[in-house]
Design a protein around this ligand. Sequence first.
Ligand code: NDP
Length: 439
Amino acid sequence: MCGVERRNPCEPEFIQAVREFAEDVIPYVAEHPEFREAKILERMTEPDRIVTFRVTWEDDAGQIRANRAWRVQFNNSIGPYKGGLRFHPTVTQSVLKFLGFEQVFKNSLTGLPMGGAKGGANFNPRGKSCREVMRFCQSLMTELHRHVGEDTDVPAGDIGVGSREISYLFGQYKRLKNRFVGVLTGKGLASGGSMIRTEATGYGCVYFCENMLNHRGDSLKGKTCLVSGSGNVAIYTVEKANELGARVVTLSDSSGFIHDPGGIDAEKLQFIKELKEVRRGRISEYADAFSGVTFHEASRPWGVSADVVFPCATHNEINADDAHALLANGVVAVCEGANMPTELDGAKAFREAKILYGPSKAANAGGVAVSGLEQSQNALRLSWTREEVDAKLQAIMQDIHRQCLNYGRTSSDEVDYVSGANVAGFQKVAQAMLSYGVV
Ligand code: NDP
């Protein structure tokens, strides 16, 4: 860790992600001298490469704008690089390195042949017209196309990058290369996308939570849930939680959260989809539209009493105080839809309390898993049905749960899902790296 800190000054998010991982993996490596001697951990914490570039574009007023973009190609030991693109003003190299590092082990857990990468730009899509977003995406792809390809690196969406942005990016790739191939995932259904990809991260997260609860002889049915965020992951987490008989009472965005004690049912969720996916409005409008709902400005929902928590907005949204408040209110499961939403001290509190704690690496792997299935369909030039893709997603989430049990079962027959996911994800990548020799 001293070496990681020295080599990566001013990269707190990346150091946090490595620390959380290393604490579980170092004892495992200590028992496997072949990994220690080959310096696998040291090599794994250094990305294969990072490409940084300028994105110049013109806004609707004719002003020239310049943003910075990155692609962090972290590790391709088990397959072509794969990971999302994020457009948000808070994007930095540290954030993308943390996300790329996590992606390596998440992709390993899916059992599909995918390496890990992440990319994005410090571009703020909020308030931009569709034409501005299109020009930005086209300019970004004009450079990015040199570094990606269906057998090299296959980006997808993330915060600020949904099907609209993926379509603009793919349109420009096609124009530049004259090739219709699976170079991006999360495409629209008319342009080579997969059924269930939009829903996959949220659905997968709920399937993982149900697996954890079932293992303890319990289920989501009748449980009160908190969800944060109101983007892609949050929306489809609520949809699947409702289908399994749970009641979700909160959603949020960067302006605050809404509390609806009656539950966000299918009809109200339709309002959210329209609000967020079409009108691109604010969550406070939900409180204006439905009675009995309160809006809490500039706050997060962790003070509300509930059984199950799905953080689905962004990293570091649950600190130690939030974790203790949730535990004091009797929460039995935390299942992470967002990447690294819990700070290290918060995660420690959940693990010590021995509640069911599904870390993002395992719990939100459904999104990239269906992206992998989209790549397979593109390569086969076939489209699977909704039912086929959903069945594969459920099987993959079940298998990730099984791997967590294999590596995370503690002596008292309880499961430490964090440690299980870290070690299970690590060992496959480590074996592959070892087999390549010194590269
Ligand atoms: P979206 O852009 O669709 O939604 C993000 C949501 O989080 C919005 O409601 C946004 O509010 C809120 N949010 C973003 N940043 C902040 C912040 N700093 N503080 C408070 N709220 C914030 O993104 P996704 O739903 O796709 O992604 C959410 C999380 O899930 C991310 O951590 C992402 O990495 C992770 N993830 C996503 C996958 C996917 O398939 N999309 C796959 C695996 C993980 P506002 O609109 O106000 O900014």
